[in-house]
Design a protein around this ligand. Structure first.
Ligand SMILES: Nc1ncnc2c1ncn2[C@@H]1O[C@H](COP(=O)(O)OP(=O)(O)OP(=O)(O)O)[C@@H](O)[C@H]1O
Length: 259
């Protein structure tokens, strides 16, 4: 069998075919093309406004495509929604909202049990296991808003884990996160991948891409590379992707001056 045929029969959790998205007359994404296999992760890397969040919305079926096709778990984003979990940036959930950590995580079960049914013992156990996985089992009764930003991010990841997703989408999971939370997030992502889930992570953090992702997609409206991490994250490609911005590489992290 040729390499091309092998690539075509290899199962993909996510397939992007020349995906373009427009807000009004302007294209926010143009011909993004690639995929991710079950048990693997892809990092979406690009400057502010590159279209990373827009691509995540396209995978969730929340924005219409101007062209191309998104296939999630062999079907449309809308059909696959039950098996897809999304972790927003922690600051999108109001910390003042009077809800416990355990209740936030249990919300991850509602797509399975339905909003009108009461959670069963199995749902509570799944929520507890998810909190354990991010190292916060002892905080279940604490108010969500009393946790640090990094801990809140871990709780939102636990909510996603409790949903038992086959595809997990993360938007900038390391923003404002300390080293302990960073390690807990990395461990939880590794455990999900081991269970066969595919992961898509929008990030500015090249270390995260190297540590947790088999593939990267470099983008700034257009695609500047989509492939295995080490081969794709070259200084030349990074400079092309971050073209209009002042780019500084420190170790394996990109530091971008937002002018
Ligand atoms: N609802 C919207 N209506 C119009 N334009 C939008 C909308 N959402 C995003 N955009 C524009 O689309 C482009 C891509 O935005 P997007 O938020 O996807 O980028 P991003 O890579 O996630 O950025 P960041 O790293 O800053 O979060 C930007 O120019 C943004 O201003």
């Amino acid at each position: 069998m040729s390499t091309r045929e092998e690539a075509e029969v290899r199962p993909q959790a996510l397939r992007l075919e020349e995906v373009s998205v427009a807000y009004g007359p302007a294209l926010a994404l143009e011909k993004i093309d690639g995929g991710v296999a079950p048990g693997e992760a892809v990092a979406l890397i690009g400057p502010n406004g590159a279209g990373k969040s827009t691509l995540i919305k396209a995978i969730l079926g929340l924005v219409p495509l101007a062209a191309g096709r998104v296939t999630v778990l062999g079907t449309s984003p809308a059909q696959a929604r039950r098996d897809v979990a999304y972790v927003p940036q922690a600051d999108t959930l109001d910390p003042e909202f009077p809800i416990s950590v355990g209740q936030v995580v249990l919300m991850g079960r509602y797509r399975r049990i339905g909003w009108l049914r009461r959670p069963k013992a199995a749902d509570k156990q799944a929520a507890h296991r998810a909190l354990e996985q991010v190292g916060l089992a002892d905080r279940a009764r604490h108010r969500f808003g009393t946790l640090s930003g990094g801990q809140r991010q871990r709780v939102l990841l636990a909510r996603a884990i409790a949903a038992e997703p086959r595809l997990l989408l993360l938007d900038e999971p390391f923003n404002g996160v300390d080293a302990v939370s960073e390690q807990a997030l990395l461990d939880a992502i590794a455990a999900l991948k081991k269970q066969g889930a595919a992961v898509v992570v929008a990030t500015h953090d090249l270390a995260l891409a190297h540590l947790a992702c088999e593939e990267v997609c470099l983008l700034d409206r257009k695609q500047f590379g989509f492939g295995p991490t080490r081969a794709t994250l070259t200084p030349d490609r990074l400079r092309a992707t971050y073209g209009g911005h002042a780019l500084e590489l420190r170790g394996d992290r990109v530091i971008v001056a937002h002018s």
